[in-house]
Write a protein that binds this ligand. Structure first.
Ligand code: XIL
Length: 383
C-alpha cells in the first residue's frame, strides 16, 4: 500500500515536470492570453467591424467587451445613412451617430463614416428632388452638416457608395440624373472642404470583377483629373466560398493601389449559403423564402463547411498580408453570425455563417485560421 502510494506520487511528479518541460513558460502565458485580431494584425492593417444600434449603445456587455478587445476600427452599419441621419430637409438625428463616435474615441479606434452619397437607404426628401440646384444644395447641406460635426473625429468617409453598374458604367441614380457625372467630384470636394484631414473613399461591391474594376479605375482617375482629393478605394467584400477568385482579388488590389490610393476591404463577409443568382434558369420571381434548399443549415453548420470557410478566410488573409503595404484596413460587416445582414439578404429568414464569431460570440475555425497565419510567420522568423 505504502509502496503503491509512493509509486503514484513519483508518477505524478514525473508527469507534472514532464508537461512543464514540454510547455515553456512564455507559451503558457500565450495560451492564457491568446492573440486578438487587432493585436495579430497591428503592424499590417486596421481590423474593423460594422456595428448596429445595440452595439453602439453597448447594451450587451459580452459583445461590448469582444468588440473593443478584437477590433480597432468601427463603421456604423446603418445609422449614418441618409434616411436615418437626415430624414427630412431640416432635421438630423445625431443621437446614435454621436454615441458611435464617442465609442470609437473612447477606445482609440479608427472611425469610419458610412456613407454620404448613396442611392439606397436614401432619405425620401432627397429622392423626390427634381431640380438640379436643389439637389446640389441638398448634397451640400448634408455633407457640410454631417462631416462638419465630426470634423477631426471621423478618420475616414465613404464619400460615394455604389455609383457603378456591373458593366462599369455609372449607375443611373437620382444624383446622376439631376447633376450629371460631376456629382462625384462635387461630393469629394465638399467633403474635403468640410474636413481636410479626413480620408476619403469610393466604396462599392463586385469590385473584383473585371468590367466593374475597369469602371472603378476610370472613376478614380476622373476624380483625380478633376482635382478632387481621394485617398482610397473600398472593396466591400461580400463574397462567397468560391468567388471571387484570389487572382481577381489580387488584380483589384494592384489596380487600385496603382492609382496612388490606399485599398480597404470595407464590408467583408463570406456567405456559405446558395445564391438565387447561381441557380441556372431560376425564375427570378420565384419565392425563395422558406425554401429549405436555399436554407440548408438552419441549426448548425456542418464541420466540412466550417473547414471550407476557415480555409477560404485563410487564403484571403494570406493574400491581404502579401499586400499589406497597400491595404489600410479590413473591416468585417458585423461582429458575429447572428448580427449579419446575410441572414436576411438576398433571401429573408435564412441562417448564414459569414463572420468570424458564432452566435454565442465564440471564435470560429476561420478566426483561428487567420490568426495562425501570423503565428506561422512568427515561427518562420524564429528559425
Ligand atoms: C446593409 C445593412 O447591413 C443592413 O442592415 C441594411 O438593412 C441594408 O444595408 N453595402 C453597403 C452596406 O454599403 O451599407 C449594406 O449594409 C450592405 C451592402
Amino acid at each position: 500500500m505504502k509502496n503503491n502510494r509512493l509509486f503514484f506520487t513519483a508518477a505524478l511528479l514525473l508527469l507534472l515536470t514532464g508537461s512543464c518541460k514540454e510547455k515553456p513558460k512564455d507559451q503558457i502565458t500565450e495560451d492564457i492570453h491568446p492573440a486578438t485580431l487587432q493585436e495579430t494584425f497591428k503592424n499590417d492593417f486596421y481590423i474593423g467591424a460594422a456595428i448596429n444600434v445595440n452595439q453602439i449603445k453597448e447594451t450587451d456587455s459580452l459583445m461590448a467587451g469582444l468588440l473593443k478587445k478584437e477590433f480597432n476600427s468601427i463603421t456604423a452599419e446603418n445609422m449614418m445613412k441618409s434616411m436615418h441621419i437626415h430624414p427630412a430637409k431640416d432635421s438630423f438625428n445625431f443621437e446614435i451617430p454621436d454615441k458611435f463616435v464617442e465609442l470609437g474615441q473612447k477606445n482609440n479606434m479608427y472611425i469610419v463614416g458610412h456613407t454620404l452619397v448613396w442611392h439606397s437607404q436614401l432619405s425620401p426628401w432627397i429622392e423626390k428632388i427634381k431640380d438640379s440646384t436643389e439637389m446640389h444644395h441638398a448634397i451640400q447641406s448634408h455633407i457640410n452638416t454631417i462631416v462638419g460635426r465630426y470634423k477631426g473625429k471621423i478618420n475616414s468617409w465613404d464619400v460615394v457608395n455604389e455609383a457603378l453598374n456591373e458593366d462599369g458604367t455609372l449607375r443611373n441614380s437620382v444624383f446622376l440624373e439631376r447633376l450629371g457625372e460631376n456629382y462625384l467630384t462635387t461630393a469629394f470636394k465638399l467633403t474635403a472642404e468640410a474636413d481636410p484631414d479626413a480620408e476619403l473613399y469610393y466604396n462599392d461591391y463586385n469590385m473584383c470583377q473585371p468590367a466593374k474594376r475597369d469602371g472603378a479605375v476610370k472613376l478614380v482617375k476622373k476624380l483625380q483629373e478633376n482635382g478632387a482629393k481621394i485617398n482610397g478605394v473600398g472593396i466591400q467584400g461580400h463574397w462567397n466560398l468560391n468567388s471571387p477568385s484570389l487572382e481577381e482579388i489580387e488584380k483589384s488590389i494592384l489596380a487600385y493601389s496603382q492609382l496612388g490610393v490606399d485599398v480597404a476591404i470595407t464590408e467583408l463577409d463570406i456567405t456559405v449559403l446558395p445564391s438565387p443568382w447561381d441557380l441556372q434558369g431560376a425564375d427570378v420571381n420565384q419565392n425563395f423564402e422558406g425554401n429549405p434548399k436555399m436554407n440548408p443549415y438552419p441549426d448548425k453548420l456542418p464541420d466540412s463547411i466550417q473547414d471550407k470557410l476557415a480555409k477560404r478566410y485563410q487564403d484571403i488573409f494570406a493574400l491581404f498580408l502579401k499586400h499589406k503595404d497597400k491595404i489600410k484596413r479590413v473591416t468585417f460587416w458585423g461582429v458575429n453570425d447572428a448580427q449579419s445582414w446575410k441572414n436576411d439578404w438576398p433571401i429573408k429568414g435564412r441562417t448564414d455563417f459569414p463572420l468570424l464569431f458564432d452566435r454565442n460570440l465564440k471564435p470560429k475555425e476561420a478566426y483561428k485560421a487567420i490568426i495562425s497565419l501570423k503565428e506561422k510567420n512568427k515561427e518562420d522568423s524564429r528559425q
